[in-house]
Design a protein around this ligand. Structure first.
Ligand code: DGL
Length: 282
């Protein structure tokens, strides 16, 4: 068996759903790619909207939140856990992987694999939350993957609140993009990694500002491809019941209104933070 494929473990319960979580709406950009690639699968999505943004929190807090989200999804006996959050992938992926009985897919290796497929990668901008950028996780993964380039990391703390407010274009968005990305434009980067799953919603405005010569890379397609590899080595899925369930830790109204801008989503159910942390049934 090829080395990449031999790393894939067989999924014990193929008819179980795939669990996906993020601090809020951003992970829906990953779910969208997963759904397109794996239309026969069931998904359970959790957005920890009561505690978003994660990117301004300490590593200890990020790890605690991440563990609670993972434990919540495990109650659905998910067969794969997709960490659709770069902040969590940067600070808690090893821990989640060790504690999980099922395979865990994060955003870092997957985004880096997308960069590896590009030619002439010399000057790479990396944008992400404060926590992701301060972890230097992207630089470490890029170097480990043998990508010899100059890196230009940039934290963009106002991007997530813009996306959570449903603001994807317009004057304010353009001003904020200019504030963060003007230094990267000046450095004449050739590639820009969107190191946060919320940012693909701003990709149109970011692309317009950076210009066509800059390639924009994000992890969602690569995550879906890895999930597909796991599914591929397992038996075929058969199931009854709803194909998707959405949970949020705060008001469902705002999430339901905005989620339709990402994908055609089912209405979300509320799970309280107490229920998330405890063992109450969802
Ligand atoms: N979408 C997440 C990420 O990829 C989290 C952003 C946040 O909550 O700050 O980092």
């Amino acid at each position: 068996m090829h080395s990449e494929e031999s790393k894939l473990t067989k999924i014990a319960n193929p008819s179980a759903p795939i669990g996906v979580f993020d601090s809020g709406l951003g992970g829906l950009t990953v779910l969208r790619a997963l759904r397109q690639r794996l239309p026969q699968e069931r998904f359970v999505y959790l957005g920890d909207t009561a505690r978003t943004p994660y990117g301004s929190k300490s590593p200890e807090t990020i790890r605690r939140y991440a563990r609670e989200c993972a434990q919540f999804l495990q109650r659905f006996e998910v067969k794969l856990l997709v960490v659709a959050c770069n902040t969590v992938s940067s600070w808690a992926l090893d821990e989640l992987t060790q504690e999980s009985a099922v395979p865990v897919i994060g955003t870092l290796d997957t985004a880096v694999s997308a960069v590896k497929n590009l030619e002439r990668v010399e000057r790479v901008g990396i944008v992400g939350t404060q926590a992701t950028i301060s972890s230097h996780s992207y630089e470490q993964h890029l170097i480990a993957a043998g990508i010899q380039a100059k890196f230009f990391p940039q934290a963009c703390p106002l991007f997530v609140p813009l996306v959570e407010q449903g603001m994807y274009e317009g004057e304010i968005v353009e001003k904020v993009i200019e504030l963060y990305l003007a230094p990267l434009k000046k450095e004449a980067i050739d590639t820009l990694i969107l190191g946060c799953t919320h940012y693909p919603m701003l990709a149109g405005a970011i692309g317009k500002f950076m210009g066509e010569q800059v390639r924009i890379v994000e992890s969602s397609e690569a995550i879906a491809a890895v999930a597909n590899q796991y599914i591929g080595v397992s038996a075929k899925t058969t199931f009854d019941g709803p194909s998707e369930r959405y949970f949020v830790t705060d008001d469902v109204g705002r999430f339901n209104a905005l989620s339709s801008l990402f994908l055609e989503a089912q209405p979300a159910q509320r799970v309280t933070l107490e229920a998330l942390a405890g063992d109450a049934n969802p």
